[in-house]
Design a protein around this ligand. Structure first.
Ligand SMILES: *Cc1c(COP(=O)(O)O)cnc(C)c1O
Length: 390
């Protein structure tokens, strides 16, 4: 234990086995997983088709190098392009790296237009990762404090505020792109106003900026569509993905369309591991299973069902501010800090998360069934009731 750097405050449990929406600890105790490794294990744990595909690929070819062609990588790029409407993909290993690629792409795009100090508009309460560029882009002082000097080249505005973005357009001629989560995850499961993304698209079109969507958490079926932007009718220029893409095998992607798809040239960007045969097999199989098992529809319907059930069961409690989300991204905002709920839920065999101090966040596996969802809602509602009335 103590040979690990002290970067996490870990809960007192070690899981040794998983199946579907269930996990087991060393003592054999069973847990209902409503967090899915923070939106990673969309297919649940150890989905048989995924396990088979990974084992087969591991016995055939695990890694070569991006110095050579990689068949599975080209296939995955083509599949993601078809699903998203984007033209091409760069593969890496995490969400932060996907956003780094997007940030570099936007800067290169700006320099191509003779903008020497390209600036990216980012949002308050956003989260984009822990590398220097992505923590600078994040709208949370906690991830930045102590790591100064931060990067230059970012302008921050409130989320859900089109007027603030227009104001930046008036005063700052160096803007080259907007980077935004269509639904904010770490920032508290924040849902945009109707027409927010359309408004951002319009401002980007007017000003020649790239619209770059961080779908690391809300993408790959979580919102009830393949990509969260597909609820809005717009098409972005850049999309970043990671979490749910490989079902736990690390893989990230930066997708681009049109003018943004032609920005990188050989030598501009690279990754040793990015898009290797093993990771791409995991991602291809994830996409296949989501389609075969109709998981987009399940995420959409089950999410609505759970929010409805929570509203019914938590009705009348004074300290519930809002129950919100889209698909299987669910946030219950209380009016006071509620981090203690996580430990209490764990004790009772339920895995949940609290983000932004007072938002209970659920990111259940996309394969969760109605009966399991009912268990989650019943257990958690009772816990919240007890917590608030204590
Ligand atoms: C988790 C997350 C990231 C960072 O992903 P890592 O794989 O941890 O680097 C970036 N953006 C969003 C929206 C995320 O939820």
């Amino acid at each position: 234990m103590s040979n690990l750097m002290n970067t996490y405050l870990r809960l007192p449990v070690t899981f040794t086995k998983g199946e579907g929406v269930w996990l087991w600890d060393e003592g054999g105790k069973r847990y209902l997983d409503a967090l899915a490794g923070v939106a990673v294990c969309g297919l649940g744990h150890c989905h048989p088709k995924l396990v088979r595909a990974i084992c087969n690929q591991a016995g055939t070819l695990i890694h070569t190098s991006n110095l050579y062609h990689i068949g599975k990588q080209e296939k995955l790029a083509s599949r993601l392009a078809a699903l998203s409407g984007m033209d091409n993909a760069f593969f890496c290993n995490s969400g932060a790296e996907a956003n780094e690629a997007a940030i570099k792409l936007a800067r290169l795009y700006g320099h191509g237009k003779n903008i020497d100090l390209p600036t990216i508009i980012v949002m308050e309460k956003s989260f984009h990762g822990r590398t220097m560029a992505t923590l600078t882009a994040s709208g949370n002082r906690k991830v930045q404090a102590g790591f100064e000097p931060l990067l230059t080249g970012f302008a921050r505005v409130p989320y859900n505020d089109l007027e603030a973005v227009s104001q930046v357009a008036v005063h700052n001629k160096n803007v080259v792109a907007i980077l935004v989560e269509p639904y904010q995850g770490e920032g508290g499961v924040n849902v945009p106003e109707a027409n927010y993304l359309q408004g951002l698209r319009h401002l980007c079109d007017q000003n020649g900026w790239l619209l770059m969507l961080d779908e690391v958490q809300c993408g790959i079926g979580r919102s009830g569509k393949w990509f969260a932007f597909q609820h809005s009718g717009i098409v972005p220029d850049v999309i970043t993905l990671a979490k749910g893409l490989g079902s736990g095998v690390p893989i990230g992607a930066c997708l681009a369309k049109g003018i943004a798809a032609d920005v990188f040239k050989p030598g501009n960007h690279a990754s040793t591991f990015g898009g290797n045969p093993l990771a791409c097999t995991a991602a291809l199989t994830t996409l296949e299973v989501i389609e075969e098992e109709d998981l987009l529809r399940n995420a959409l319907e089950l999410g609505d069902f759970m929010r409805m059930m929570f509203k019914a069961q938590l009705a009348g409690l004074p300290d519930i501010n809002q129950i919100r989300g889209q698909g299987l991204m669910i946030g219950i905002e209380l009016s006071r800090p509620c981090g203690d709920l996580v430990r209490e839920a764990l004790r009772q065999g339920l895995l949940i998360n609290v983000t932004s101090d007072r938002v209970v966040r659920l990111l259940p596996p996309l394969v969760m069934q109605r009966s399991e969802a009912e268990q989650v809602v019943n257990m958690l509602s009772a816990l919240i009731r007890k917590f608030l009335l204590a």
